[in-house]
Design a protein around this ligand. Structure first.
Ligand code: PNS
Length: 162
């Protein structure tokens, strides 16, 4: 029997309820979903280490038997090939996400024509939620309850006002 495997790549710094909503949707479609955290991001220093992000994602996805958490370096298409994945899943919250996502999807297609990118929409209640805004709001003393899982709030509180 053919099993269809997908990769859901990202920074997940930290994982939000929007990410988890997307994971739940993708887990229903694919036989196996690998949530993959980029190790060598060029972005400004992350709030959480890759290991902390793996721990949080593992906790957040523990109820899904067909979801695993992994990390990768270098090109996404190389990791997808190593994993023998058929597709990449990315979330689109609003039209503003589309341009960047389309660019990445087409670049990945150029690098690996067999690998499809599938866009999924999170629930509308998460359409404004991003890891970057969650960090900003928290840093400035606002509540992020309901936007990220409780265990992420706890870890952010333990980190203090970074
Ligand atoms: O959650 P993010 O930060 O928007 O995720 C971006 C990510 C990790 C999916 C993207 O930066 C990526 O795939 N990086 C790996 C390097 C790569 O393959 N670059 C070329 C593809 S355009």
């Amino acid at each position: 029997m053919n099993t269809v495997k997908a990769i859901y790549p990202g920074s997940f710094d930290p994982v939000t309820n929007g990410h988890l909503d997307l994971i739940a949707r993708a887990a229903k479609i694919f036989d196996h979903l690998v949530v993959a955290i980029l190790r060598n991001a060029a972005k400004s220093p992350p709030l959480f280490t890759v290991e902390e992000r793996v721990a949080m994602l593992s906790e957040g996805t523990a109820q899904f038997e067909n979801v695993s958490v992994s990390t990768f370096d270098g090109l996404l298409v190389d990791f997808a090939h190593e994993q023998k994945a058929h597709a990449v899943v990315r979330g689109i919250r609003a039209i503003s996400d589309y341009e960047y996502e389309l660019q990445m999807a087409l670049m990945n297609r150029r690098l690996s024509p067999e690998l499809e990118t599938i866009f999924l929409m999170p629930d509308a209640q998460y359409s404004f939620v991003s890891s970057r805004l969650v960090k900003d709001v928290f840093r400035l003393g606002g509540s992020v309850d309901g936007l990220v899982p409780k265990f992420v709030v706890e870890r952010m509180k333990a980190r203090g006002r970074f």
